[in-house]
Design a protein around this ligand. Sequence first.
Ligand code: HEM
Ligand code: HEM
Length: 534
Amino acid sequence: MNPTALLLAAFILSIAGLFAFIWSLRKGLFDADVSGARTIFHKGEIGQPEEPSAGEAQRQALSLAAADHLVENHGQQTSVLEMAAREQADRSSSLPAFLLIVCAVVWLVVASFAGLISSLKLHWPEFLGDVSWLSFGRLRTIHLNGVAYGWAPMGLLGLTIWMLPRLLQTPLLGGRLVIVGGLVWNAALVAGIGALAIGLNAGMEWLEIPWQIGVLFAFGGMMIGMPLALMLSQRKVKHLYVSVWYIGAALFWFPILYLVAKVPGVHFGVEQATMNWWFGHNVLGLFYTPMSIAAIYYFLPKVIGRPVRSYNLSLLGFWTLAFFYGQVGAHHLIGGPIPEWLITLSIVQSVMMVIPVLAFSANQHLTLKGHFSALRHSPVLRFIVFGAMMYTAASLQGSAEALRSLNSITHFTHFTVAHAHLGMYGFVTMVIFGGVYFALPRILNTAWPRPALISWHFWLVVAGFAVYMITLSIGGVLQGLALLDPALAARSFDRWCLDDLGSPGICSARLADGCDVGCFCVDRVSLGDGAPYR
Ligand code: HEM
Ligand code: HEM
Protein backbone atom coordinates (compact mmCIF):
# COMPACT_ATOMS: atom_id res chain seq x y z
CA MET A 1 0.00 0.00 0.00
CA ASN A 2 1.59 3.22 -1.15
CA PRO A 3 0.58 6.47 0.64
CA THR A 4 0.67 8.46 -2.60
CA ALA A 5 -1.69 5.95 -4.19
CA LEU A 6 -3.96 6.21 -1.17
CA LEU A 7 -3.98 10.01 -1.40
CA LEU A 8 -4.76 9.82 -5.10
CA ALA A 9 -7.59 7.42 -4.34
CA ALA A 10 -8.92 9.94 -1.83
CA PHE A 11 -8.75 12.63 -4.49
CA ILE A 12 -10.64 10.48 -7.00
CA LEU A 13 -13.23 9.69 -4.33
CA SER A 14 -13.82 13.37 -3.72
CA ILE A 15 -14.25 13.98 -7.45
CA ALA A 16 -16.85 11.19 -7.42
CA GLY A 17 -18.42 13.00 -4.47
CA LEU A 18 -18.53 16.17 -6.53
CA PHE A 19 -20.57 14.36 -9.17
CA ALA A 20 -22.89 13.03 -6.47
CA PHE A 21 -23.31 16.64 -5.38
CA ILE A 22 -24.22 17.76 -8.90
CA TRP A 23 -26.68 14.86 -9.10
CA SER A 24 -28.27 15.94 -5.83
CA LEU A 25 -28.66 19.45 -7.24
CA ARG A 26 -30.55 18.01 -10.18
CA LYS A 27 -32.75 15.99 -7.85
CA GLY A 28 -33.89 19.21 -6.19
CA LEU A 29 -31.97 18.90 -2.95
CA PHE A 30 -31.38 22.62 -3.12
CA ASP A 31 -34.99 23.62 -3.71
CA ALA A 32 -36.42 26.58 -1.89
CA ASP A 33 -38.38 24.24 0.41
CA VAL A 34 -36.38 24.28 3.61
CA SER A 35 -38.66 22.15 5.74
CA GLY A 36 -35.55 20.09 6.58
CA ALA A 37 -34.39 22.89 8.90
CA ARG A 38 -37.55 22.45 10.99
CA THR A 39 -36.88 18.75 11.65
CA ILE A 40 -35.42 19.52 15.07
CA PHE A 41 -38.57 21.35 16.17
CA HIS A 42 -41.79 19.58 17.09
CA LYS A 43 -45.15 21.07 16.11
CA GLY A 44 -45.61 24.51 17.64
CA GLU A 45 -42.03 24.71 18.94
CA ILE A 46 -40.69 27.42 16.65
CA GLY A 47 -40.41 30.66 18.60
CA GLN A 48 -40.02 28.72 21.85
CA PRO A 49 -36.36 28.75 22.93
CA GLU A 50 -34.92 25.80 24.87
CA GLU A 51 -32.18 26.84 27.28
CA PRO A 52 -31.77 24.45 30.21
CA SER A 53 -28.87 26.38 31.78
CA ALA A 54 -30.72 29.71 32.00
CA GLY A 55 -32.61 30.99 35.03
CA GLU A 56 -36.33 31.86 34.94
CA ALA A 57 -35.81 35.55 34.13
CA GLN A 58 -33.31 34.74 31.38
CA ARG A 59 -35.72 32.23 29.87
CA GLN A 60 -38.50 34.79 29.78
CA ALA A 61 -36.22 37.30 28.06
CA LEU A 62 -35.27 34.66 25.48
CA SER A 63 -38.94 33.82 24.83
CA LEU A 64 -39.73 37.49 24.36
CA ALA A 65 -36.93 37.87 21.83
CA ALA A 66 -38.13 34.81 19.88
CA ALA A 67 -41.86 35.59 20.00
CA ASP A 68 -41.88 36.96 16.43
CA HIS A 69 -41.27 33.46 15.08
CA LEU A 70 -44.36 31.95 16.72
CA VAL A 71 -46.34 32.78 13.56
CA GLU A 72 -44.19 30.26 11.67
CA ASN A 73 -46.06 27.50 13.54
CA HIS A 74 -49.17 28.39 11.52
CA GLY A 75 -51.37 27.93 14.59
CA GLN A 76 -50.09 24.43 15.44
CA GLN A 77 -49.79 23.69 19.16
CA THR A 78 -47.11 21.68 20.92
CA SER A 79 -48.40 18.15 21.41
CA VAL A 80 -48.18 16.47 24.83
CA LEU A 81 -47.54 13.13 23.16
CA GLU A 82 -44.59 14.47 21.17
CA MET A 83 -43.10 16.04 24.29
CA ALA A 84 -43.47 12.75 26.16
CA ALA A 85 -41.72 10.99 23.27
CA ARG A 86 -38.85 13.47 23.48
CA GLU A 87 -38.51 12.94 27.22
CA GLN A 88 -38.36 9.21 26.58
CA ALA A 89 -35.71 9.78 23.90
CA ASP A 90 -33.69 11.91 26.35
CA ARG A 91 -33.94 9.23 29.03
CA SER A 92 -32.79 6.51 26.65
CA SER A 93 -29.46 8.21 26.00
CA SER A 94 -28.78 9.64 29.43
CA LEU A 95 -26.56 6.90 30.93
CA PRO A 96 -24.16 6.35 27.98
CA ALA A 97 -23.99 10.08 27.22
CA PHE A 98 -23.30 10.86 30.88
CA LEU A 99 -20.50 8.28 31.11
CA LEU A 100 -18.79 9.66 28.02
CA ILE A 101 -19.06 13.24 29.28
CA VAL A 102 -17.63 12.29 32.68
CA CYS A 103 -14.67 10.58 30.94
CA ALA A 104 -14.20 13.72 28.84
CA VAL A 105 -14.05 15.96 31.89
CA VAL A 106 -11.57 13.68 33.67
CA TRP A 107 -9.31 13.74 30.59
CA LEU A 108 -9.62 17.51 30.32
CA VAL A 109 -8.35 17.92 33.88
CA VAL A 110 -5.47 15.45 33.36
CA ALA A 111 -4.49 16.87 29.96
CA SER A 112 -4.76 20.52 31.02
CA PHE A 113 -2.53 19.82 33.99
CA ALA A 114 0.05 18.24 31.68
CA GLY A 115 -0.35 21.24 29.31
CA LEU A 116 0.10 23.68 32.16
CA ILE A 117 3.32 22.04 33.39
CA SER A 118 4.61 21.84 29.79
CA SER A 119 3.85 25.53 29.46
CA LEU A 120 5.73 26.36 32.66
CA LYS A 121 8.67 24.32 31.42
CA LEU A 122 8.88 26.54 28.35
CA HIS A 123 9.50 29.38 30.77
CA TRP A 124 11.64 27.52 33.34
CA PRO A 125 13.24 24.58 31.51
CA GLU A 126 14.82 23.25 34.74
CA PHE A 127 11.44 22.92 36.53
CA LEU A 128 10.88 19.19 37.40
CA GLY A 129 13.76 18.47 35.07
CA ASP A 130 15.12 15.41 36.96
CA VAL A 131 12.15 13.07 36.51
CA SER A 132 12.10 11.42 33.09
CA TRP A 133 8.33 11.07 32.73
CA LEU A 134 7.93 14.73 33.66
CA SER A 135 10.29 15.90 30.91
CA PHE A 136 8.84 18.36 28.37
CA GLY A 137 8.86 15.82 25.52
CA ARG A 138 6.74 13.28 27.40
CA LEU A 139 4.40 15.71 29.15
CA ARG A 140 3.67 17.61 25.95
CA THR A 141 2.81 14.32 24.24
CA ILE A 142 0.64 13.28 27.17
CA HIS A 143 -1.13 16.65 26.93
CA LEU A 144 -1.73 16.29 23.20
CA ASN A 145 -2.99 12.70 23.44
CA GLY A 146 -5.10 13.51 26.49
CA VAL A 147 -7.02 16.17 24.59
CA ALA A 148 -6.93 14.47 21.18
CA TYR A 149 -8.15 11.03 22.32
CA GLY A 150 -9.67 11.90 25.70
CA TRP A 151 -11.35 15.26 26.11
CA ALA A 152 -12.35 16.14 22.54
CA PRO A 153 -13.65 12.78 21.25
CA MET A 154 -15.29 11.74 24.54
CA GLY A 155 -17.03 15.11 24.87
CA LEU A 156 -18.15 15.20 21.24
CA LEU A 157 -19.24 11.55 21.23
CA GLY A 158 -21.14 12.09 24.50
CA LEU A 159 -23.03 15.01 22.94
CA THR A 160 -23.57 13.01 19.76
CA ILE A 161 -25.08 10.07 21.61
CA TRP A 162 -27.32 12.49 23.48
CA MET A 163 -28.40 14.34 20.33
CA LEU A 164 -29.07 11.29 18.15
CA PRO A 165 -32.42 10.23 19.72
CA ARG A 166 -33.61 13.83 19.41
CA LEU A 167 -32.42 14.18 15.83
CA LEU A 168 -34.00 10.89 14.74
CA GLN A 169 -36.95 11.14 17.13
CA THR A 170 -36.52 7.62 18.35
CA PRO A 171 -35.09 6.18 21.60
CA LEU A 172 -31.41 5.26 21.57
CA LEU A 173 -30.65 1.76 20.34
CA GLY A 174 -27.39 0.01 21.20
CA GLY A 175 -26.74 1.98 24.41
CA ARG A 176 -24.77 -0.98 25.84
CA LEU A 177 -22.51 -0.97 22.79
CA VAL A 178 -21.74 2.68 23.52
CA ILE A 179 -20.83 1.88 27.11
CA VAL A 180 -18.60 -1.06 26.12
CA GLY A 181 -17.06 1.02 23.29
CA GLY A 182 -16.39 3.84 25.75
CA LEU A 183 -14.72 1.40 28.16
CA VAL A 184 -12.54 -0.04 25.38
CA TRP A 185 -11.56 3.45 24.22
CA ASN A 186 -10.72 4.71 27.71
CA ALA A 187 -8.82 1.57 28.65
CA ALA A 188 -6.73 2.09 25.50
CA LEU A 189 -6.10 5.70 26.42
CA VAL A 190 -5.01 4.85 29.97
CA ALA A 191 -2.61 2.24 28.56
CA GLY A 192 -1.49 4.65 25.82
CA ILE A 193 -0.75 7.51 28.23
CA GLY A 194 1.10 5.03 30.46
CA ALA A 195 3.16 3.89 27.46
CA LEU A 196 4.02 7.50 26.60
CA ALA A 197 4.99 8.23 30.20
CA ILE A 198 7.50 5.36 30.25
CA GLY A 199 8.92 6.47 26.91
CA LEU A 200 7.20 4.08 24.47
CA ASN A 201 6.39 6.34 21.54
CA ALA A 202 5.64 5.46 17.89
CA GLY A 203 7.40 8.68 16.86
CA MET A 204 4.63 10.31 14.81
CA GLU A 205 2.75 13.35 16.09
CA TRP A 206 -0.92 12.57 16.81
CA LEU A 207 -0.11 8.86 16.32
CA GLU A 208 2.38 8.48 19.19
CA ILE A 209 0.47 5.71 20.97
CA PRO A 210 1.79 2.28 19.87
CA TRP A 211 -0.50 0.61 17.32
CA GLN A 212 -1.09 -2.47 19.50
CA ILE A 213 -2.95 -0.18 21.91
CA GLY A 214 -4.20 2.46 19.47
CA VAL A 215 -6.11 -0.03 17.34
CA LEU A 216 -8.61 -0.19 20.22
CA PHE A 217 -9.61 3.44 19.49
CA ALA A 218 -10.84 2.31 16.07
CA PHE A 219 -12.83 -0.60 17.54
CA GLY A 220 -14.16 1.45 20.47
CA GLY A 221 -15.12 4.22 18.02
CA MET A 222 -16.96 1.75 15.79
CA MET A 223 -18.96 0.44 18.78
CA ILE A 224 -19.86 3.97 19.87
CA GLY A 225 -20.97 4.73 16.29
CA MET A 226 -23.19 1.62 15.95
CA PRO A 227 -26.36 3.22 17.41
CA LEU A 228 -26.57 5.54 14.41
CA ALA A 229 -26.67 2.57 12.04
CA LEU A 230 -29.23 0.79 14.23
CA MET A 231 -31.46 3.82 14.63
CA LEU A 232 -31.55 5.02 11.04
CA SER A 233 -34.06 2.37 10.02
CA GLN A 234 -36.23 3.00 13.12
CA ARG A 235 -36.27 6.78 12.84
CA LYS A 236 -39.52 8.72 13.01
CA VAL A 237 -38.28 11.68 10.96
CA LYS A 238 -38.52 11.62 7.19
CA HIS A 239 -35.71 14.06 6.59
CA LEU A 240 -32.21 13.59 7.99
CA TYR A 241 -31.21 16.92 9.55
CA VAL A 242 -27.80 18.29 8.52
CA SER A 243 -26.29 17.44 11.95
CA VAL A 244 -26.95 13.76 11.22
CA TRP A 245 -24.98 14.06 7.97
CA TYR A 246 -21.98 15.52 9.79
CA ILE A 247 -22.21 12.97 12.61
CA GLY A 248 -22.60 10.01 10.24
CA ALA A 249 -19.63 11.13 8.16
CA ALA A 250 -17.40 11.69 11.22
CA LEU A 251 -18.29 8.32 12.77
CA PHE A 252 -17.52 6.59 9.48
CA TRP A 253 -14.30 8.50 8.78
CA PHE A 254 -12.55 8.10 12.15
CA PRO A 255 -11.97 4.31 12.25
CA ILE A 256 -10.89 4.35 8.59
CA LEU A 257 -8.42 7.17 9.14
CA TYR A 258 -6.95 5.57 12.21
CA LEU A 259 -6.66 2.06 10.81
CA VAL A 260 -5.13 3.22 7.49
CA ALA A 261 -2.62 5.46 9.25
CA LYS A 262 -1.63 2.83 11.80
CA VAL A 263 -1.34 -0.31 9.63
CA PRO A 264 1.96 -1.73 10.90
CA GLY A 265 4.92 -2.44 8.62
CA VAL A 266 3.55 -0.55 5.61
CA HIS A 267 4.52 3.12 5.89
CA PHE A 268 8.20 4.03 5.96
CA GLY A 269 10.36 7.16 5.65
CA VAL A 270 8.88 10.20 3.97
CA GLU A 271 5.88 8.11 2.91
CA GLN A 272 5.22 7.57 6.57
CA ALA A 273 5.46 11.31 7.21
CA THR A 274 2.95 11.92 4.42
CA MET A 275 0.57 9.37 5.91
CA ASN A 276 1.16 10.85 9.35
CA TRP A 277 -0.10 14.27 8.26
CA TRP A 278 -2.83 12.84 6.04
CA PHE A 279 -4.15 11.46 9.33
CA GLY A 280 -3.14 14.54 11.36
CA HIS A 281 -5.28 17.05 9.56
CA ASN A 282 -8.05 14.64 8.65
CA VAL A 283 -8.67 13.76 12.26
CA LEU A 284 -9.11 17.50 12.88
CA GLY A 285 -11.11 18.25 9.76
CA LEU A 286 -13.11 15.07 9.30
CA PHE A 287 -13.69 14.02 12.90
CA TYR A 288 -13.67 16.82 15.51
CA THR A 289 -14.78 19.54 13.10
CA PRO A 290 -17.90 17.84 11.66
CA MET A 291 -19.03 16.66 15.10
CA SER A 292 -18.60 20.17 16.52
CA ILE A 293 -20.42 21.70 13.55
CA ALA A 294 -23.22 19.14 14.03
CA ALA A 295 -23.56 20.32 17.63
CA ILE A 296 -23.67 23.99 16.58
CA TYR A 297 -26.34 23.25 13.97
CA TYR A 298 -28.44 21.64 16.68
CA PHE A 299 -27.92 23.81 19.76
CA LEU A 300 -27.88 27.27 18.19
CA PRO A 301 -31.35 27.06 16.57
CA LYS A 302 -32.80 25.30 19.62
CA VAL A 303 -31.58 27.99 22.03
CA ILE A 304 -32.99 30.87 20.01
CA GLY A 305 -36.10 28.98 18.87
CA ARG A 306 -35.52 29.64 15.19
CA PRO A 307 -34.62 27.18 12.40
CA VAL A 308 -31.37 27.57 10.50
CA ARG A 309 -31.73 30.49 8.09
CA SER A 310 -30.53 28.77 4.93
CA TYR A 311 -30.74 25.01 5.04
CA ASN A 312 -29.31 24.72 1.53
CA LEU A 313 -26.21 26.62 2.57
CA SER A 314 -25.68 24.10 5.37
CA LEU A 315 -25.73 21.26 2.82
CA LEU A 316 -23.32 23.14 0.57
CA GLY A 317 -21.01 23.51 3.60
CA PHE A 318 -21.19 19.78 4.28
CA TRP A 319 -20.35 18.63 0.76
CA THR A 320 -17.56 21.12 0.16
CA LEU A 321 -15.98 20.23 3.50
CA ALA A 322 -16.10 16.56 2.49
CA PHE A 323 -14.50 17.32 -0.92
CA PHE A 324 -11.71 19.64 0.13
CA TYR A 325 -10.61 18.59 3.62
CA GLY A 326 -9.31 15.14 2.63
CA GLN A 327 -6.30 16.52 0.77
CA VAL A 328 -5.02 19.32 3.02
CA GLY A 329 -2.68 17.19 5.19
CA ALA A 330 0.51 17.84 3.21
CA HIS A 331 0.40 21.53 4.19
CA HIS A 332 2.10 20.38 7.40
CA LEU A 333 5.11 19.30 5.32
CA ILE A 334 5.70 22.44 3.26
CA GLY A 335 9.42 22.55 2.57
CA GLY A 336 9.77 18.84 3.34
CA PRO A 337 11.18 16.18 0.98
CA ILE A 338 7.85 15.08 -0.50
CA PRO A 339 6.59 15.58 -4.07
CA GLU A 340 5.92 19.24 -4.84
CA TRP A 341 2.60 18.42 -6.54
CA LEU A 342 1.32 16.91 -3.31
CA ILE A 343 2.17 20.03 -1.34
CA THR A 344 0.68 22.27 -4.02
CA LEU A 345 -2.49 20.16 -4.02
CA SER A 346 -2.75 20.54 -0.25
CA ILE A 347 -2.29 24.31 -0.46
CA VAL A 348 -4.94 24.63 -3.16
CA GLN A 349 -7.38 22.53 -1.13
CA SER A 350 -6.55 24.53 2.02
CA VAL A 351 -7.54 27.73 0.24
CA MET A 352 -10.65 26.06 -1.21
CA MET A 353 -11.71 25.38 2.39
CA VAL A 354 -12.78 29.01 2.46
CA ILE A 355 -16.00 27.88 0.70
CA PRO A 356 -17.41 25.56 3.40
CA VAL A 357 -16.16 27.87 6.12
CA LEU A 358 -17.88 30.94 4.70
CA ALA A 359 -21.03 28.93 3.92
CA PHE A 360 -21.14 27.87 7.57
CA SER A 361 -20.30 31.31 8.98
CA ALA A 362 -22.78 33.17 6.78
CA ASN A 363 -25.48 30.73 7.77
CA GLN A 364 -24.84 31.06 11.51
CA HIS A 365 -24.73 34.82 11.21
CA LEU A 366 -28.00 34.98 9.27
CA THR A 367 -29.66 32.60 11.73
CA LEU A 368 -28.59 34.72 14.69
CA LYS A 369 -29.44 38.01 12.99
CA GLY A 370 -32.04 39.83 15.05
CA HIS A 371 -31.31 37.56 18.04
CA PHE A 372 -27.98 38.95 19.19
CA SER A 373 -29.59 40.07 22.45
CA ALA A 374 -30.07 36.37 23.25
CA LEU A 375 -26.33 36.24 23.91
CA ARG A 376 -26.93 38.29 27.06
CA HIS A 377 -29.48 35.83 28.38
CA SER A 378 -28.19 32.44 27.32
CA PRO A 379 -24.95 31.02 28.75
CA VAL A 380 -25.11 28.08 26.30
CA LEU A 381 -25.45 30.39 23.32
CA ARG A 382 -22.37 32.36 24.39
CA PHE A 383 -20.20 29.24 24.31
CA ILE A 384 -21.70 27.98 21.05
CA VAL A 385 -21.46 31.29 19.20
CA PHE A 386 -17.93 31.92 20.47
CA GLY A 387 -17.00 28.42 19.26
CA ALA A 388 -18.57 29.05 15.84
CA MET A 389 -16.69 32.34 15.49
CA MET A 390 -13.42 30.70 16.42
CA TYR A 391 -14.05 28.01 13.81
CA THR A 392 -14.23 30.72 11.17
CA ALA A 393 -11.15 32.46 12.58
CA ALA A 394 -9.07 29.28 12.86
CA SER A 395 -9.99 28.14 9.38
CA LEU A 396 -9.35 31.45 7.64
CA GLN A 397 -6.09 31.72 9.54
CA GLY A 398 -5.26 28.15 8.50
CA SER A 399 -5.93 28.89 4.81
CA ALA A 400 -3.48 31.81 5.00
CA GLU A 401 -0.96 29.83 7.05
CA ALA A 402 -0.90 27.14 4.36
CA LEU A 403 0.53 29.57 1.80
CA ARG A 404 4.24 28.97 1.26
CA SER A 405 5.14 32.62 1.89
CA LEU A 406 3.54 32.72 5.35
CA ASN A 407 4.32 29.12 6.27
CA SER A 408 8.05 29.67 5.78
CA ILE A 409 7.83 32.14 8.68
CA THR A 410 5.32 30.45 10.97
CA HIS A 411 6.33 26.79 10.63
CA PHE A 412 8.27 25.50 13.70
CA THR A 413 7.06 28.45 15.79
CA HIS A 414 4.52 29.24 18.48
CA PHE A 415 2.25 30.64 15.81
CA THR A 416 1.25 27.07 14.93
CA VAL A 417 0.61 26.34 18.61
CA ALA A 418 -1.63 29.43 18.80
CA HIS A 419 -3.52 28.27 15.70
CA ALA A 420 -3.85 24.76 17.19
CA HIS A 421 -5.47 26.18 20.34
CA LEU A 422 -7.62 28.58 18.33
CA GLY A 423 -9.13 25.52 16.63
CA MET A 424 -9.06 22.93 19.38
CA TYR A 425 -9.75 25.25 22.30
CA GLY A 426 -11.57 28.28 20.89
CA PHE A 427 -13.73 26.18 18.58
CA VAL A 428 -14.01 22.50 19.63
CA THR A 429 -13.69 22.91 23.41
CA MET A 430 -16.07 25.86 23.63
CA VAL A 431 -18.69 24.01 21.58
CA ILE A 432 -18.36 20.97 23.87
CA PHE A 433 -18.81 23.14 26.95
CA GLY A 434 -21.87 24.81 25.42
CA GLY A 435 -23.36 21.41 24.57
CA VAL A 436 -22.62 20.00 28.02
CA TYR A 437 -24.24 23.01 29.72
CA PHE A 438 -27.33 22.34 27.60
CA ALA A 439 -27.49 18.56 27.87
CA LEU A 440 -26.47 17.82 31.45
CA PRO A 441 -29.55 19.31 33.18
CA ARG A 442 -31.66 17.11 30.87
CA ILE A 443 -29.51 14.04 31.43
CA LEU A 444 -29.53 14.33 35.21
CA ASN A 445 -32.88 16.01 35.58
CA THR A 446 -31.16 18.59 37.74
CA ALA A 447 -30.74 22.34 37.31
CA TRP A 448 -27.25 23.87 37.46
CA PRO A 449 -26.65 24.66 41.13
CA ARG A 450 -24.64 27.89 40.53
CA PRO A 451 -25.50 29.40 37.13
CA ALA A 452 -23.22 32.38 37.86
CA LEU A 453 -20.23 30.01 37.70
CA ILE A 454 -21.07 29.30 34.06
CA SER A 455 -20.59 32.99 33.27
CA TRP A 456 -17.37 33.03 35.25
CA HIS A 457 -16.21 30.03 33.29
CA PHE A 458 -16.94 31.77 30.00
CA TRP A 459 -15.28 35.09 30.80
CA LEU A 460 -12.22 33.52 32.46
CA VAL A 461 -11.60 31.37 29.39
CA VAL A 462 -12.17 34.27 26.99
CA ALA A 463 -9.74 36.50 28.91
CA GLY A 464 -7.03 33.82 29.22
CA PHE A 465 -7.59 32.73 25.65
CA ALA A 466 -7.27 36.26 24.24
CA VAL A 467 -3.95 36.89 25.99
CA TYR A 468 -2.69 33.42 25.05
CA MET A 469 -3.62 33.86 21.37
CA ILE A 470 -2.29 37.38 20.96
CA THR A 471 1.05 36.78 22.69
CA LEU A 472 1.71 33.43 21.01
CA SER A 473 0.70 34.69 17.54
CA ILE A 474 2.83 37.85 17.67
CA GLY A 475 5.63 35.99 19.46
CA GLY A 476 5.42 33.22 16.86
CA VAL A 477 5.87 35.59 13.92
CA LEU A 478 8.81 37.32 15.63
CA GLN A 479 10.26 33.90 16.44
CA GLY A 480 9.88 32.84 12.79
CA LEU A 481 11.57 35.99 11.51
CA ALA A 482 14.38 35.50 14.01
CA LEU A 483 14.78 31.85 12.93
CA LEU A 484 15.22 33.01 9.34
CA ASP A 485 17.89 35.50 10.39
CA PRO A 486 21.30 33.83 9.91
CA ALA A 487 22.99 36.57 11.94
CA LEU A 488 21.25 35.52 15.19
CA ALA A 489 23.29 32.92 17.06
CA ALA A 490 21.42 29.86 18.37
CA ARG A 491 22.20 30.63 22.01
CA SER A 492 20.92 34.18 21.98
CA PHE A 493 17.87 32.91 20.10
CA ASP A 494 17.02 30.50 22.93
CA ARG A 495 17.35 33.27 25.52
CA TRP A 496 15.23 35.58 23.38
CA CYS A 497 12.50 32.95 23.11
CA LEU A 498 12.37 32.49 26.88
CA ASP A 499 12.24 36.23 27.61
CA ASP A 500 9.96 37.22 24.82
CA LEU A 501 7.55 34.34 25.06
CA GLY A 502 7.46 34.31 28.84
CA SER A 503 3.79 35.13 29.04
CA PRO A 504 2.38 31.79 27.79
CA GLY A 505 2.88 30.13 31.18
CA ILE A 506 0.81 32.76 32.97
CA CYS A 507 -1.88 32.86 30.31
CA SER A 508 -2.11 29.10 30.23
CA ALA A 509 -2.80 29.21 33.94
CA ARG A 510 -5.77 31.46 33.25
CA LEU A 511 -7.05 29.11 30.62
CA ALA A 512 -6.73 26.33 33.15
CA ASP A 513 -8.68 28.38 35.70
CA GLY A 514 -11.50 28.66 33.24
CA CYS A 515 -11.51 24.93 32.65
CA ASP A 516 -11.51 24.23 36.34
CA VAL A 517 -14.62 26.28 36.98
CA GLY A 518 -16.36 24.44 34.14
CA CYS A 519 -15.29 21.12 35.53
CA PHE A 520 -16.40 22.22 38.95
CA CYS A 521 -19.90 22.96 37.67
CA VAL A 522 -20.11 19.61 35.94
CA ASP A 523 -18.91 18.01 39.12
CA ARG A 524 -21.48 19.71 41.33
CA VAL A 525 -24.42 18.95 39.12
CA SER A 526 -23.27 15.34 38.82
CA LEU A 527 -23.39 15.03 42.55
CA GLY A 528 -27.00 16.08 42.53
CA ASP A 529 -26.26 19.43 44.11
CA GLY A 530 -28.86 21.26 42.02
CA ALA A 531 -32.61 21.52 42.26
CA PRO A 532 -34.74 19.16 40.10
CA TYR A 533 -34.95 20.47 36.56
CA ARG A 534 -38.38 20.93 35.01
C1 HEM B 1 -4.99 24.61 30.45
C2 HEM B 1 -5.10 24.53 29.23
C3 HEM B 1 -3.97 24.26 28.26
C4 HEM B 1 -2.64 24.54 28.35
C5 HEM B 1 -1.93 25.20 29.46
C6 HEM B 1 -2.02 24.07 27.13
C7 HEM B 1 -0.66 24.14 26.86
C8 HEM B 1 -0.03 23.58 25.77
C9 HEM B 1 1.40 23.54 25.52
C10 HEM B 1 2.45 24.13 26.43
C11 HEM B 1 1.62 22.89 24.36
C12 HEM B 1 2.96 22.59 23.70
C13 HEM B 1 3.40 23.75 22.84
C14 HEM B 1 4.71 23.49 22.15
O1 HEM B 1 5.00 22.37 21.73
O2 HEM B 1 5.48 24.44 21.99
C15 HEM B 1 0.33 22.52 23.84
C16 HEM B 1 0.13 21.87 22.63
C17 HEM B 1 -1.10 21.52 22.16
N1 HEM B 1 -2.32 21.66 22.82
FE1 HEM B 1 -2.65 22.60 24.56
N2 HEM B 1 -2.98 23.54 26.36
C18 HEM B 1 -4.20 23.62 27.02
C19 HEM B 1 -5.42 23.17 26.59
C20 HEM B 1 -5.61 22.50 25.40
C21 HEM B 1 -6.88 21.98 24.97
C22 HEM B 1 -8.17 22.02 25.77
C23 HEM B 1 -6.67 21.44 23.74
C24 HEM B 1 -7.64 20.75 22.81
C25 HEM B 1 -8.88 20.58 23.00
C26 HEM B 1 -5.26 21.59 23.42
C27 HEM B 1 -4.66 21.14 22.26
C28 HEM B 1 -3.31 21.19 21.99
C29 HEM B 1 -2.73 20.73 20.75
C30 HEM B 1 -3.49 20.13 19.58
C31 HEM B 1 -1.34 20.93 20.86
C32 HEM B 1 -0.28 20.63 19.80
C33 HEM B 1 0.00 21.91 19.05
C34 HEM B 1 1.08 21.82 17.99
O3 HEM B 1 1.78 20.82 17.89
O4 HEM B 1 1.23 22.79 17.21
N3 HEM B 1 -4.66 22.24 24.45
N4 HEM B 1 -0.65 22.94 24.71
C1 HEM C 1 -9.56 25.75 6.50
C2 HEM C 1 -9.22 25.19 7.57
C3 HEM C 1 -7.81 25.04 8.07
C4 HEM C 1 -6.61 25.11 7.40
C5 HEM C 1 -6.40 25.38 5.93
C6 HEM C 1 -5.57 24.87 8.36
C7 HEM C 1 -4.21 24.90 8.07
C8 HEM C 1 -3.20 24.62 8.97
C9 HEM C 1 -1.80 24.78 8.74
C10 HEM C 1 -1.19 25.33 7.48
C11 HEM C 1 -1.15 24.38 9.87
C12 HEM C 1 0.33 24.53 10.17
C13 HEM C 1 1.20 23.53 9.61
C14 HEM C 1 2.63 23.81 10.04
O1 HEM C 1 3.21 24.81 9.60
O2 HEM C 1 3.16 23.00 10.80
C15 HEM C 1 -2.13 23.91 10.79
C16 HEM C 1 -1.86 23.35 12.03
C17 HEM C 1 -2.84 22.92 12.90
N1 HEM C 1 -4.20 23.09 12.75
FE1 HEM C 1 -5.16 23.93 11.18
N2 HEM C 1 -6.14 24.65 9.58
C18 HEM C 1 -7.50 24.74 9.45
C19 HEM C 1 -8.46 24.59 10.42
C20 HEM C 1 -8.21 24.04 11.65
C21 HEM C 1 -9.22 23.71 12.61
C22 HEM C 1 -10.72 23.96 12.46
C23 HEM C 1 -8.57 23.12 13.65
C24 HEM C 1 -9.14 22.55 14.92
C25 HEM C 1 -10.26 21.90 15.00
C26 HEM C 1 -7.15 23.09 13.34
C27 HEM C 1 -6.18 22.56 14.13
C28 HEM C 1 -4.83 22.57 13.85
C29 HEM C 1 -3.83 22.00 14.73
C30 HEM C 1 -4.13 21.28 16.05
C31 HEM C 1 -2.59 22.22 14.14
C32 HEM C 1 -1.24 21.83 14.72
C33 HEM C 1 -0.91 20.43 14.33
C34 HEM C 1 0.41 20.02 14.93
O3 HEM C 1 1.46 20.53 14.50
O4 HEM C 1 0.38 19.20 15.87
N3 HEM C 1 -6.97 23.67 12.12
N4 HEM C 1 -3.38 24.09 10.23
